[in-house]
Design a protein around this ligand. Sequence first.
Ligand SMILES: NC(=O)C1=CN([C@@H]2O[C@H](COP(=O)(O)OP(=O)(O)OC[C@H]3O[C@@H](n4cnc5c(N)ncnc54)[C@H](OP(=O)(O)O)[C@@H]3O)[C@@H](O)[C@H]2O)C=CC1
Length: 173
Amino acid sequence: MAGSKRVCPSSNIIYYPQMAPVVITLVTDGARCLLARQSSFPKGLYSALAGFCDIGESVEEAVRREVAEEVGLEVESLQYSSSQHWPFPNSSLMIACHATVKAGQTEIQVNQKELEAAAWFSLDEVATALLRKGSFLQQQSDALPLLLPPKLAIAHHMIKKWVERQTCASLAA
Ligand SMILES: NC(=O)C1=CN([C@@H]2O[C@H](COP(=O)(O)OP(=O)(O)OC[C@H]3O[C@@H](n4cnc5c(N)ncnc54)[C@H](OP(=O)(O)O)[C@@H]3O)[C@@H](O)[C@H]2O)C=CC1
């Protein structure tokens, strides 16, 4: 709510709600997109790379740092996509970007402290995963295909946008 604040009745100090900026990046090498998972994710679920911005960083710097830290890749170019308020664990402003790495420099080095796995996925694999019917929770089972974040998450919409762009590009080619 705009203008939210609390005033301490004894000191009159005003406290405004805090919000943490988070960059979330969908990395592509031009043909594939990079998705990653943490061990805390439901089985089979992969998402875009996310991380809290550090103090003093621009969005561009945060994207480049997070991609380098989490998967050891250098971002060649990046483009802002969209944003979302995200209430978990505390209020975050998710800032979504699409990033491209150089075609010849795509070897992933997974940072095991942050991620359980990361991999490149083809347009077919991601498009098929997006089309799967049924709720996200109902899809959890032992033999799992690729699962993607639910529609309420900005990650879902970034992945969908990438599939749409790639599909248009491949039809035009
Ligand atoms: N809406 C969407 O589509 C998606 C949203 N997200 C959200 O993005 C956020 C970041 O993702 P991810 O890095 O994977 O998250 P994690 O929950 O893995 O957080 C990583 C670590 O960042 C540190 N940290 C730095 N600043 C903060 C802060 N202001 N608040 C909390 N922790 C902080 C904490 O480390 P320490 O405890 O060592 O201080 C934390 O454990 C999460 O809130 C996640 O829910 C992620 C993916 C998709």
